[in-house]
Every structure is written in structure tokens, then in C-alpha cells.
Design a protein around this ligand. Sequence first.
Ligand SMILES: [Zn+2]
Ligand SMILES: [Zn+2]
Length: 350
Amino acid sequence: MDRIYRYVGVVHVHTTFSDGEGTIEEVIAAARGTGLDFLVITDHNDLRAKGHEGWHGGTLVLAGEEVTRPSGNHMLALGISEFISPDLTPQGGIEAAKAQGGRVFLAHPFYQGSALIDDPPLPWRDWEVCGFDGIEVWNLTADLHQVLGERPPARPPRDVLALATPNRAALRKWDELLARGRVVGLGGSDAHAERIPRWNGTTILPYEKAFRALRIHLLLRESLNGHLRHARDLVLEAISSGNFLVAFDHLYGGEEVLASVVQGEELFLPGESLPGKSKASVLRVDLPVTAGIRLIHRGREFLRRKGRNISVRLDLPGPYRLEIYLGDRPWVLVNPFYFGDHGSTDVTDV
Ligand SMILES: [Zn+2]
Ligand SMILES: [Zn+2]
């Protein structure tokens, strides 16, 4: 059976090129120090990190832009070479990124702001847009800020990551969008190493801590070799195809989590389309620990089971995605397998 290569990294990170606390050198050092295979920096309306793209030790550093508008409609444009103006309309920004071969993700699409840091609501507002690749269903920083902002504590909680959780509204929206075609669910870090004034300037999430907490695990059929162009294309293609798991590795390292579908001798990865039902299709989930597994088909819970290894036969057309829990804590989100004809149409063509 096919060999699968796993690369663990972090997407959506800010440096002093915008409002992050760390210089690009410090941020790259933190990524190397935590052993990330790749890091994608996306400063607000800034592409200077592009000059640092390349291998830094074993870490592949890539740069994009978070196209940032004053009242929301933030989008991550990855794989671009030219700056995208935030003055463009949301649709215009998506098209400008796509015209350069870029990949687009709607950032923290349901962020309702936070009283903790006096952030206004910054959601995605224009849902008429088309042509984007995916949405952030879990933004480590914004989702934490939102929870903490409901009743800002006077002092930093002992374990701030105990409150980390994906965004329920974004997960619902993901299912709604999946009814129309392929959409990637991204886990973004949005690391800023921000200091919180009401906590006497305590840093809520240092870069190293953020880089160990929420990561994406790319599952590739090829290894990343030393050539920058090749590695960059493979990583960007896997991100925009959803060939990955979003793992809250802070709870338990997700390195041995694997979900795949087997059809005869063929193996399919998250984000891939499975041809019709000429052969039996069996979804396999293998975990390093017993966990709660929820299989969601077309937005509905199809199966819920506790275990370490499960095999389920898939019969119905449509997208199947997985949510994996440790106790009641969300741990891993798996991008959909697109079964049958469903996956062949892109959401942009609807
Ligand atoms: Zn943003
Ligand atoms: Zn951001």
C-alpha cells in the first residue's frame, strides 16, 4: 500500500512586520525550536516575510498575507507573490490572489471580538463570495480571545489552553458550505505573542507555546525534498486540498492519528475524492489512545463511537468528515473524504 509522509506545521502567524511581538528571526527560531516541519507567516497587509522564505534548518518557512480590513472580512492569501490590497472588495481580493496562483482561506470567520483585548467583532461578513479554498474552523488565538472575552478574568488563567476549542459556528458553516462542494477546514494559529494590558502585560500565548498547541498534520504521498520550489508547491497544494488533520497537540500528540479510506488496494487521504462504489469503501481510523470518534456525513452525525481503531463501510455519496475527542475536549478535526460524484464540483462552480 502507498507510503504516506506526515509533515507537521503551523499556519497563520504574525511578526513585527505587522502587530506580532516577535521579529521574523525570533518567530522562525521558535518554529525551529519546536521542531515544526513548516511555518506559514501571514502578516496583516504585508508581504515582507516573503524575503525569508526557504529552509531554516529543518523548517520550511513560507509567507503569505492576511488581507485585513477594518471591520472583518480577513482572508489568508497563501502562495502569492504580489501584495493584495485590503481596499479590494472581498471578491476582488479572492480573485487577485487566485490570479497569482494563490490559495485563499477566510480567517476567523465567526470571530465576535473580545473584551479581553478590546477587539471589535471581525467576522467574515460577505458570504456571497466564491472561489476561496477553505475557512478557518479553529483559530487558536481568536477562539481563545473570544471565550476569555465573555468574562475577562482579572488574572491570567493557570492553563489558558484549557479553554481552547474550535469555533462551533464555523464548524456549522463548514458543513453548510460542504453541501455545495469542496471546502477545506483549516486550523490557524494567529500567533501574535500578544501582551494583555489588563494582565500587566503578560503574554497570553508565547510563540513556542502556540506552535506546540494547534498544528496541522499534512499527509503527503511524496516527501519534501530539499528543493524549495518543490517543497513549497507540495505544502500549498496539500493545504488547499485539505490533505491534513487539524490537531490540538497540546492535549496529546497527534502524530500517530491516521484516518484514511481503503478501496480494494487503493488508499485515500483526507481531502481526496473517492470514485463511485464499484468497490467497498472502508474508512479506517487509527489512534494512539482511546478517544471519542464522531463521523459526520453531509452535516449530520453518522456515527459516534469510542475506540482506538475503527473501520466503517461508507455507502452514501457526499462528504464524510471526522471529529475526534479526548473526553469532552475536541482533539483532532479531519478534513472530508468526498465520496461519489459529490466531490467533483468545486464550490466556485455552483
Ligand atoms: Zn485577522
Ligand atoms: Zn491574523
